[in-house]
Design a protein around this ligand. Sequence first.
Ligand code: MG
Length: 355
Amino acid sequence: MPFTAIPEIGEFGLIDRIASLVASTLPAVPELLTGIGDDCAVFRPSAELLQVSTTDILAEQVHFDLLTTPLQHLGSKAISVNVSDICAMNALPRFALVSIAVPASFPVTMIEELYVGISHAAKEYGLAIAGGDTSSSRSGLVISVTMIGEVSPELITRRSGAQPGDLVCVTGSLGGAAAGLKLLMREKEIMLNHIENNEPYTKSVISDLNEYREAIQQQLLPLARIEIVRLFHAKHIQPSSMIDISDGLSSDLQHLCRHSNTGALIHENHIPIHAGTRRIADELQDDALTWALTGGEDYQLLFTISKERYQAIAENRGISVIGEMTDPESGVHLCDMYGMKIDMESIKGFDHFSS
Ligand SMILES: [Mg+2]
């Protein structure tokens, strides 16, 4: 058999291969309505209720850098990224299992810090930490969270289900998490340079990060949009499709279109980007739109809804309409400021295994 390195097939290619290997296990459990391929698996324990479940790994040096990440924030983020996937199904989280692999050299207080963050976030979202596992690690800290949530069958929302003509909506603003990451990377470089040159890393060399507070917070302490799901439930809204933006708007919109068998046309000047994010992009001579499209980790909700149903949430200022679903033949495009259509496939999102 020829040797294939993982980057050759990419993260999504790898998931496809795993999915085909486990497909034969699915017929044994007919109550499992959705397996691999959505934000959560969907299980029907009874006719009135659906259970959704998801799991996420955060690995040191892949997803976080302990030099720039306080452990309480990291614990909170590990919970939030899972809640975000639960929310993407229009469901609410109930409980989680948290497993860690940790180098034996870590002081106990560091792990306590991590769990202070985990518990704090869990309480904010109204979910319980029900168990987990601990192991030693020879290659840094690894955190794995498995989360279970619930939703009624009339409200469950998958990636599939969007129709041509549905509005494409996004919550909050995009690109802020990428801006925060760039700032933290710049700060780390300054710090390492000082250590290398044997100069003290004192207050005078630290940039005043206060003015960047919001962007850094979006990177280190993202919040899942659970209040949007509560709004949907209060108004009895089932979006036609939904996903959380973890890889970037470009890649996550393409997921919705592929699963729903639609195209989409979105407009650059409707994409919500915070003024602070644009300012940081100017300062770093980078591009805020690229961050919004491919930066990822914003954990906002991207959903589609019919024009009629949209009226029920039109007054919410935290939801932006950025475009419309189209026929699948039209493809997925971004219409820029000058009216030029750019193929979204040429705008790549994040792949964990690409080099
Ligand atoms: Mg997701």
